[in-house]
Design a protein. Structure first.
Length: 295
């Protein structure tokens, strides 16, 4: 797309019946420490039946917020993100899940991480888990946090090492140099990630054939990886993933057919392994496999 960017960044947020979380999400973005005219927010509603539109309408006096609605036709998170990308007028597209409250420096950090071209930048997510194993403990921590002081809460989590990002072992294994990992794309999820709009062009979009949870963001990231994109972690582009119901069993049942479909598209040895290995464990699996072969 040839149009000149109007903003430094576009924050693209898909949502579905999460009005309370979306409220906290937008509230945290409104507190960003860059001028309100430097970025826009695009909320793409995947057919909500709650008060999502009213939540968006009530945010005034901050950055421009655009609301887009698509009919509820099943799980269409990929389509929602694609709509946001098509509408984006920012130089950098930041993909953010609605159930995340972000630091004041979140948007500025994502923008700054693109000083070098051809980057796919992963932000950091405190409290993110793929299951409800620690949901009660995390809920207690969230209940105790002052949502008027997200930065202070993030500082305490960082100091204590509590509720670190699910991918922290991957980052530790490569000393935060993601391109040293065998498959950096396997942990480049769409909950908190950014790419320059010019890199996405008219080619890179989410595959809308994924109609259940799982793997559509890995498909997106792998396509970028195969084009030569470099992956990096930006810890300053951070947020807290608010707890909400999820089930590892349901997620695995949903994602396995998607992983099989992904492998049929890319046909890589790594995508074959991904069918039976969790994405956040795939790098360690491959490194152990290589070490065993070299022994």
């Amino acid at each position: 797309m040839s149009r000149s960017p109007k903003f430094a960044a576009s924050v693209i947020i898909p949502t579905y019946n999460r009005e309370e979380m979306l409220y906290q999400n937008l509230r945290s973005l409104q507190a960003s420490n860059i001028p309100k005219d430097d970025f826009e927010i695009i909320v793409v509603d995947d057919g909500s039946s709650d008060n999502t539109l009213d939540v968006v309408r009530n945010f005034t006096g901050g950055p421009q917020i655009r609301y887009v609605y698509q009919q509820d036709n099943g799980y269409r998170a990929g389509r929602a993100r694609n709509l946001g990308i098509e509408l984006a007028e920012g130089e950098v597209c930041i993909l953010l899940d609605c159930g995340i409250v972000v630091s004041q420096g979140f948007v500025k950090a994502h923008i700054g991480a693109h000083a070098k071209p051809n980057q796919v930048v992963l932000g950091y997510l405190y409290g993110f888990s793929n299951t409800d194993d620690h949901a009660e403990e995390l809920q207690a921590a969230i209940d105790a946090l002052d949502l008027n002081d997200v930065d202070g809460t993030i500082g305490r989590l960082r100091e204590t090492g509590r509720f670190s990002d699910l991918r922290e072992k991957n980052y530790a294994a490569c000393n935060d140099v993601m391109m040293d990992l065998p498959v950096p794309w396997a942990i480049a999820w769409s909950g908190n990630i950014s790419v320059r709009r010019e890199k996405l062009g008219d080619r890179f979009r989410f595959d809308e054939n994924y109609r259940t949870w799982g793997a559509e963001d890995i498909d997106f990231s792998l396509s970028l990886f195969e084009s030569g994109a470099e992956f990096s972690i930006c810890r300053a582009a951070c947020g807290i993933h608010l707890p909400h119901p999820k089930s590892h069993e349901v997620n695995s049942r949903s994602s396995r057919p998607n992983k099989i479909y992904l492998h049929s598209k890319f046909g890589r040895p790594e995508t074959q392994h991904l069918i039976d290995v969790q994405s956040w464990e795939l790098n360690a699996f491959l490194m152990n496999k290589r070490a065993a072969s070299a022994a």
